[in-house]
Ligand binder design. Structure first.
Ligand code: SF4
Length: 219
């Protein structure tokens, strides 16, 4: 079990899934830059982050609810949680719902965040949560995500790897990936191309020096 002081934000998992170096730049080096994608995401969350709840028939909907898991060491805030209640007020189902800009992604970054929320809710309410939902702004509709074994295993790996990275206090080297880096708000600070090029240049310089030393010692 983790203590309150040891909990890490659920958002770290989404960042780690996208790029481990991004986690280190944000959480270890305290660097952050807005870009078009993060600004749109923030504007969207400002609309759903106001804490309140609604009750309609047998469904209670909580907005901006604080969640945590002492078992997995996570803390965060859920955009929306829908509690379907039975007549005796026990929970028939609990569904975490995340609001996202854009449309459904092929990669797991958003799904990891959603399942991590489910882990927190399962621990707090002692229920099993088999699925969650996204509301993608561009699609104007909810889509259901099943929490598959693969997603569960991947998320748990990401939780332990993220914690390890934060504890190590070491920023991983950049690996330039056009698709990913061109969307990253930290691209200008991270300079993935320059770092990679710099790494290659340093590597070439060391090899040249070693060859020269070897040649000198043979003469
Ligand atoms: S620019 Fe690329 S390597 Fe750097 S943090 Fe962003 S995604 Fe990671």
């Amino acid at each position: 079990m983790f203590t309150e002081d040891e909990l890490i934000p659920i958002s770290v998992l989404q960042h780690y899934s996208f790029c481990p170096r991004q986690v280190a730049l944000i959480h270890l080096e305290q660097l952050w830059e807005e870009n078009m994608y993060t600004a749109q995401g923030n504007a969207l969350h400002e609309r759903v982050d106001v804490v309140h709840h609604e009750l309609r028939k047998n469904v209670r909907t909580e907005y901006g609810m604080a969640i945590r898991s002492l078992t997995y060491g996570l803390i965060g805030k859920a955009d929306v949680i829908e509690f379907e209640l039975r007549t005796d007020n026990s929970y028939k189902s609990i569904i975490p719902i995340e609001f996202k800009r854009g449309k459904q992604k092929i990669k797991d970054h958003d799904r990891v965040q959603l399942y991590a929320q489910a882990l927190c809710l399962e621990e707090t309410f002692q229920v099993s949560i088999p699925e969650g939902q996204f509301y993608y702004l561009q699609e104007h509709r909810r889509s259901t995500v099943e929490f598959t074994n693969e997603l569960k295993i991947n998320t748990k790996h990401i939780i332990s790897n993220s914690m390890e990275l934060l504890l190590s206090e070491k920023t991983p080297q950049a690996h330039y990936d056009k698709k990913r880096c061109d969307r990253c708000s930290l691209k200008d600070i991270c300079m993935p191309k320059a770092v990679n090029e710099g790494g290659k240049k340093v590597g070439r310089y060391i090899q040249t020096q070693l060859r020269r030393m070897l040649k000198d010692s043979e003469e």
